[in-house]
Design a protein around this ligand. Structure first.
Ligand SMILES: Cc1ncc(COP(=O)(O)O)c(C=O)c1O
Ligand SMILES: N[C@@H](CCOP(=O)(O)O)C(=O)O
Length: 529
């Protein structure tokens, strides 16, 4: 009873005044600060406070107007000991080239990439336990700006920005869940996890970086720097995040989209948020080239991950994974890669946690690419010989249809440092993996299907062991990519078997007809497990 036309129906709380960073300002470098531990308050249902094993402080009733005012009132006047600056990425030893984060600069003097370098000596004055406690104390609160998973790590992100300049939708703190059935049924794995970065304000991990970039733009505009708007090239997720954060701050945004190459859900996001949307007759790489030329001519700030500010926010997803495992390090983290900023961001987050003593090692990482857009994979397979950009072909994983990734050097660096691996997924493999994951209760995007395919391959090769704690990073929400699922479950994809399709059954509105269909279903093998 195969349907002829599928889907034709219709398509314990911390007192903010005791926040460790405030204590930090008052007790900079003092022994008392180093001994600081957050104060725990627990309230009973009737509002009375109960004793905690550490120390109990009754949280005062809030009288302030709003959380931003409250943060402003509590602002410390002491000198902030933390700072960060731009330096050339992977700079030669002895290089003195650096730029303030308040400068508008995307490239080093030699034309290379930049990186945000933190004053690690200042951060190291506090031990790993201190940072763990501080970050843990901020989770689950609505305190400005620490209610955000990104800004709860503010000292490691943009330490010098005024809380007042921050533009945030309390992004981050995305769930890390145990993929029990998928792991056991399809991979024989007991300890498989999915970090769902797609459960976010605009439905992808891009929010993590965009809150940082747009906050810095907000600061630059208040400083009267020449920034009339913010622009990006996009395969759909960067543009959604940029337009949302700009709209929230009242900053104009301009997005360059490859015509007919992004999903409807992605296209409507910047339109709804009031961005100036250009649909350009080229691919993402063509849009990227154009936005770089345009931002060199006009006072439009570049929001793609070429701009290293973005990666400062994105790296917090890695820190969050460690935090969610109570600061235990997983064996593997698998990340789908396109423009290749995110794989480096994850590495940087893990590495900072190691260097600052929060954990003692970093996980091995896997970067997963669509076979139709696989320049990093080919580079890896050639033994990291000459990198060759390519023209990427159409892929269901449309957000990673990128042939000339701007962060290629960052990705290679990260993968070499963590003994990483690059894998690829054909269209059939990624769509099957997505359908299999969905059949266990997920609703993933095709890019996550690419990452799951990499996991299948590495399990089959015995590289990833059944007991290895493995995290797959889900980069966007499946609801942004429903058309690909509709095509798959309609068996409407040329040359694809769609082995796991589950089309609806069309049946007459008649008791007997429905009974027949149900009896057939209940008697079928599909109900054996
Ligand atoms: C949903 C999704 N997954 C993965 C990626 C890849 O991230 P990156 O470009 O940082 O490699 C992107 C964007 O490129 C994306 O939008
Ligand atoms: N998938 C991205 C591609 C651009 O990546 P970026 O991180 O450099 O902005 C998108 O959604 O546009």
């Amino acid at each position: 009873m195969a349907p002829s036309c599928l889907f034709n129906a219709s398509v314990s709380s911390l007192n903010p005044k005791q926040d460790p960073i405030r204590r930090h300002h008052h007790h900079h470098r003092s022994a008392s600060f180093l001994r600081y531990r957050p104060v725990v308050v627990s309230c009973t249902a009737d509002g009375t406070s109960s004793k905690s094993p550490i120390e109990t402080v009754v949280k005062p009733h809030r009288t302030e107007d709003n959380i931003r005012d409250e943060a402003r009132r509590n602002r410390s006047t002491a000198v902030n000991p933390f700072s960060a600056k731009y330096v050339p990425f992977n700079a030669a030893p002895g290089s003195t080239e650096s730029y303030s984060l308040d400068e508008i600069v995307y490239r080093s003097r030699s034309g290379g990439l930049l990186d945000v370098e933190h004053d690690m000596e200042a951060l190291k004055r506090f031990d790993g336990a201190y940072w763990r406690d501080l970050f843990d104390s901020r989770v689950g609160k609505s305190t400005w700006p620490f209610g955000s998973g990104v800004w709860s790590k503010k000292e490691w992100v943009l330490p010098e920005i005024d809380d007042d300049d921050i533009v945030s939708a309390f992004e981050g703190n995305s769930n890390l869940f145990w993929a029990e059935r998928f792991g056991k049924q399809f991979l024989g794995m007991n300890d498989l996890w999915v970090k769902h970065c797609g459960i976010s304000h605009t439905g992808s991990f891009k929010d993590l970086g965009m809150t940082v970039l747009v906050s810095q733009v907000n600061r630059l505009r208040k400083m009267k720097r020449p920034v009339v708007g913010v622009g990006c090239a996009s395969t759909g997720d960067t543009s959604a995040a940029l337009s949302a954060y700009c709209a929230s701050a009242g900053i104009p945004s301009i997005v360059f989209l490859p015509a007919n190459k992004i999903s409807m859900a992605q296209l409507v996001q910047p339109i709804a948020n009031g961005a100036f949307v250009l649909s350009i007759d080229t691919d993402f790489d063509g849009c990227m080239k154009l936005i770089r030329e345009i931002t060199a001519e006009l006072p439009i700030y570049l929001a793609n991950s070429l701009n290293s500010l973005r990666l400062e926010g994105q790296k917090t997803a890695a820190i969050e994974i460690l935090q969610q495992f109570d600061w235990q390090v997983p064996d593997w983290v698998i990340v789908p890669g396109g423009n290749l900023g995110n794989i480096y961001a994850f590495y940087k987050g893990f590495k900072m946690c190691q260097e600052l003593g929060l954990v003692d090692r970093i996980p091995r990482m896997v970067c997963a690419q669509a076979a139709n857009a696989n320049p990093l994979y080919l580079h890896y397979k050639s033994g990291w010989k000459d990198f060759k950009p390519m023209t990427a072909s159409t892929t269901f994983a449309s957000a990673i249809q990128i042939g000339d990734p701007v962060s290629i050097d960052r990705a290679v660096y990260a993968l070499k440092k963590c003994n990483g691996i690059v894998e690829e997924a054909t269209e059939e493999e990624l769509m099957d993996a997505m359908a299999q994951a969905d059949s266990t209760g997920m609703f993933i995007c095709p890019h996550t299907g690419v990452a799951l395919t990499a996991l299948f391959k590495l399990r089959n090769q015995g590289v990833i062991a059944p007991t290895d704690r493995t995290v797959v990073v889900s980069t966007a929400h499946g609801l942004k990519f429903t058309q690909s699922k509709i095509d798959y479950h309609s068996n409407a994809i040329p040359d694809m078997a769609c082995r796991f399709s589950n089309p609806p059954v069309e049946v007459k509105a008649d008791f007997g007809a429905v009974m027949d269909v149900l009896k057939g279903y209940l008697g079928s093998n599909t109900l054996t497990s």
